[in-house]
Design a protein around this ligand. Sequence first.
Ligand code: CNA
Length: 242
Amino acid sequence: MTRLGEWLAESRNGVFFGGAGVSTDSGIPDFRSAAGLYTKNGGDSPEYLLSTECLHEEPEKFYQLYKTELVHPQAQPNAAHHHINTLIEAGHLTSVVTQNIDGLHQAAGTQQVFELHGSAWRNHCVGSEHHPATLEQVMAQPGVPHCPQCGAMVRPDVVLYGEGLDMDVLNGAVNALANADLVIVGGTSLNVYPAAGLLQYYSGDRLVLINAEPTGWDQAANLVIHGRLGETLGAVIEEMGL
Ligand code: CNA
């Protein structure tokens, strides 16, 4: 058996920690690989275009990028989301900590998901009443969406550059990582903080990194696999007979 297969088979409390690379096979581009967002948008940086400053000062610009590049309501979970859910159902992993905002782990059946950066599927207006809005309502209006009830701009419940993480989500993720007997990190360049820094709460010796490219955390991991997530997890699940 491979080392990953052995560790997963022994794990009862594992956590999967992921990023945009988990969803690339669903047709959602990530930020930092060759075809990602960071190689496009010549002028403004993605950090500015996805910041709270841009949302409030140039909402048209924000929504232009957000609606065309970041949000893909038709996307379906891919093999990686399904394999992770299989490992949860088999009792080897307990939860997912994700930087993604696409809701695809839940679409694959996973219930315990700590969405560090929120979800595109939840939205509210910036008026004093914070009326909720659906993603459908956001996407149906051209350009900047407005609240049908009060007319204020609608914004997604996602954590933009310049904003802090939700404390309940953060505490849940920290707790899961601190109690984990194995952590599999997959499909993330681990460049975005504070999310990447949460890995420091895992104090065990089974930190596994699965990523298409090297990351700055490769030296800190106990096992590094440079490969595609769907295929790597598919092979290990087969090996485990799941
Ligand atoms: P990133 O910085 O773009 O890194 C993604 C990493 O995944 C890269 O190192 C790729 O090499 C790797 N990768 C891509 N596809 C695969 C694959 N199939 N198998 C294995 N590795 C792969 O993205 P991060 O998540 O690290 O950055 C954090 C940002 C990106 C968060 O704030 C996210 O909200 C944001 N984001 C989210 C989505 C989404 O919700 N699907 C999409 C794009 C960006």
